[in-house]
Design a protein around this ligand. Structure first.
Ligand code: HDE
Length: 696
């Protein structure tokens, strides 16, 4: 159900409405209002009626105004992205805090203090553009830096590894995950046969499977996700020496995820939950921020890693190569127009600047082709770089010309280089221009996967074992949920076989959740699974920040609630950085016990507690009795408890919890010890989980 945003809601002064022939309404223009025109600039006198042969007669073909308007409307849509169709974006800047001048000549990475404008789009992968924000899915994390030396697009994800090692498998992966072709469902979901069929036949995906079944794919807010460039890239310095680099974004608000049950319910309560959250934060001046960090390493170091860094199904643990924070990104401006900017923005991993180059990662190599290619069918023209959101913000010039929707109007007779006829025409610049890293290549051509890409399970094991017990339980339960939606038993069994290579106990938990009595044999492996050192940095709960910054608290109230308690809760949680909403059975005003009038922000039936991080329930005892008969109120408190949230209660609040059959625990806190509530609200009541949910 739709929610209103934090915009100026005061009614504008509207000119009077006149009733014309047939009772239709015309809003007459004031002198200072711009005139409505056709695309040719013709002033329009009547935008309510088409041209008809007589008042009840047919519409005339002659009506060029109608035809122009409808024709434009008919062609309003462009193809949505094949993957990552659902996304939201914002403008901002990148500021470098530490120079990488020893490693690269890229100005964006060497000029400390300079702010580089950028546009960032965060997306889900599988769903269509109209799908919900909260399915279990990877989030795309694409940043276009408008640098002085051209656009640099860092097109990454919120997970540091990928499903496959070679680009040639990408269309199969995506066909398997998208809705099944014969039935047209499920939308935005991996929990179906074709996805798990493909995965069960693709052992290289097992590490990514651990990540997507973890809570990483259920972010609480897009402001609370990490971003990764995934592939190794190269930095090239002034001497032409190159160093490998992995790029990372780290959210200042810390990582936080939803529980699966919350994600499911939020999809119904507010399908735009993430988009709205980002919009509201930026509108309120609460600008999301990420640290930008790099892992730098040489070929000699890479040779000692127990995996191949060119294999995108592997990550480099932070414990092996520490992250160096070198800058920050802030998103501080919402686009003026969703279509013009967020929909038309075209990211391409091949957009780099001098000093940044590609590695031989075969997945990256395929991407270098795909993104430019897809823009041609999505944006319809080789001139997509002229769309304002895609255009470099530095001078750019070459001799490419013409094409659909050419906006530039070059002058002169020269459209080639070299030339002697136009001294001021663009020429190549060996000193300033882009140079590829000088890398020697030897060996025989062939469709061959390197031996070093053969280990598919060691990092999957490392990931699973590095998680906290709560996260392991969520991951195992996610696998049970997903595989229980798979109709073909042999696919479920095959997946359990793979899990045995990752961790026997995980395989047992999942098998038991799926009712598989006997563990299937594990598939043959090309390479023995290694026990890598655990990496606590891979945890999510471990990276949560105990804070209410960027979080939201609901206060459930009714007529007769205690004003002083409401004020005290609001003050305490606002001081800790949270946004507060008053929720009541009716929108409008509540008349509190002391006779004061308090505006209500949201109606209870449309505002379940899943939309908040913590709740307070402040009610008179009569109101509690009344709300005890209201399913939405019972769900409100029962879900808050089931979702491990801190709950502050006064006497009436406690009575409602009792009516909802909710237990008491350390996370249910009397309103008079507000400090404890604020502390508890900054995290989840993890200890409660075993008592409220049967996890695998
Ligand atoms: Fe993409 N991917 N991808 N991808 N990808 C697209 O480009 C592709 C991959 C990622 O907000 C498409 O403009 C291939 C990895 C993001 O606009 C398309 C392969 C990673 C976005 C495409 C991959 C990504 C896309 C669809 C395997 C993380 C959204 C529309 C070789 C590092 C960008 C478009 C935005 C979008 C192809 C794998 C991230 C079809 C062939 C790995 C964030 O070109």
């Amino acid at each position: 159900m739709a929610q209103t945003s934090t915009t100026d809601l005061t009614a504008p002064e509207v000119p009077p409405i006149a009733i014309g022939n047939g009772g239709e309404w015309h809003q007459s223009a004031t002198a200072d209002q711009p005139t409505l025109t056709t695309n040719q600039g013709l002033p329009i006198a009547d935008n309510q009626n088409s041209l008809r042969a007589n008042p009840k007669g047919p519409t005339l073909l002659e009506d060029f105004i109608l035809r122009e308007k409808i024709t434009h409307f008919d062609h309003e849509r462009i193809p949505e992205r094949i993957v990552h169709a659902r996304g939201t974006g914002a403008h901002g800047f990148f500021e470098l805090t530490h120079s990488l001048a020893n490693y690269t000549i890229a100005k964006v990475l060497t000029e400390v203090g300079v702010q580089t404008p950028l546009f960032t789009r965060i997306s889900t992968v599988a769903g269509g553009s109209g799908s919900a924000d909260t399915p279990r899915d990877v989030r795309g994390f694409a940043v276009k830096f408008y640098t002085k030396e051209g656009n640099w697009d860092l097109v990454g994800n919120n997970i540091p590894v990928f499903f496959i090692q070679d680009a040639i498998k990408f269309p199969d992966l995506i066909h398997a995950v998208k809705m099944e072709p014969d039935r047209g469902f499920p939308q935005a979901a991996t929990a179906h046969d074709t996805f798990w069929d493909f995965i069960s036949l693709t052992p290289e995906a097992m590490h990514m499977v651990m990540w997507i079944m973890s809570d990483r794919t259920l972010p609480r807010s897009l402001r609370m996700i990490e971003g990764f460039g995934v592939h190794s890239f190269r930095l090239i310095n002034a001497n032409g020496e190159s160093t490998f680099v992995k790029f990372h974004w780290r959210p200042k608000l810390g990582l936080q995820s939803m529980l699966w049950d919350e994600a499911v319910k939020i999809a119904g309560a507010d399908a735009d939950f993430h988009r709205r959250d980002l919009f509201e934060a930026i509108s309120a001046g609460d600008f999301p921020e990420w640290d930008f960090a790099v892992q730098l390493f040489t070929q000699a170091q890479a040779d000692t890693f127990p995996f191949d860094h060119l294999d995108a199904t592997k990550l480099i643990p932070e414990e092996l190569v520490p992250l160096q924070v070198i800058g920050r990104m802030m998103l501080n401006r919402w686009p003026d127009n969703f279509f013009a900017e967020t929909e038309q923005v075209a990211f391409c991993p091949s957009h780099v600047v001098p000093g940044i180059d590609f590695s031989n990662d075969p997945l990256l190599q395929g991407r270098l082709f795909s993104y430019l290619d897809t823009q041609l069918s999505r944006l319809g023209s080789a001139n997509f770089h002229q769309i304002p959101v895609n255009a470099p913000q530095c001078p750019f010039a070459n001799h490419q010309r013409d094409g659909h929707m050419q906006m530039a109007q070059p002058t002169g007779r020269v459209a080639y280089e070299p030339n002697t006829l136009a001294a001021d025409s663009p020429h190549e610049q060996p000193a300033l221009g882009f140079h590829s890293a000088e890398v020697g290549e030897t060996g025989a051509k062939g469709r061959i996967r390197a031996e070093s890409f053969a280990d598919h399970y060691s990092q999957a094991r490392q990931f699973y074992l590095s998680q906290s017990a709560y996260e392991q339980a969520h991951l195992a339960s996610a696998l049970v949920f997903e595989l229980s939606k798979v109709e073909h038993p042999h696919i479920r069994v095959a997946m359990v076989g793979h899990l045995r290579h990752i961790n026997e106990n995980l395989a047992i938990r999942v098998a038991s959740g799926l009712g598989i009595k006997e563990l299937p044999p594990a598939p043959l492996v090309a390479m023995a699974v290694q026990d890598l050192e655990l990496s606590p940095a891979l945890q999510l709960i471990g990276k949560m920040k105990a804070t209410l910054e960027g979080r939201a608290v609901a206060i459930l109230i009714a007529d007769g609630s205690d004003a002083a308690s409401i004020v005290a809760v609001k003050k305490a949680v606002t001081a800790a950085g949270a946004k507060v909403k008053m929720v009541a059975a009716k929108i409008g005003n509540a008349i509190l016990a002391d006779g004061s009038v308090l505006p209500v922000d949201s109606q209870l039936a449309g505002t379940p507690s899943v939309l908040f991080d913590a709740v307070a329930v402040i009610l008179s005892e009569e109101a509690a009795t009344l709300l005890g008969k209201e399913a939405a109120a019972i769900d409100f408190v029962r879900d808050a408890f089931g979702h491990l949230k801190a709950i502050a209660v006064d006497k009436g609040g406690a009575a409602l919890l009792k009516l909802a059959g909710t237990q008491q625990d350390a996370g249910v806190i009397a309103i008079d010890i507000l400090g404890s509530f604020v502390t508890a609200a900054k995290t989840r009541q993890w200890g409660r989980e075993a008592g409220v949910r049967g996890l695998a």
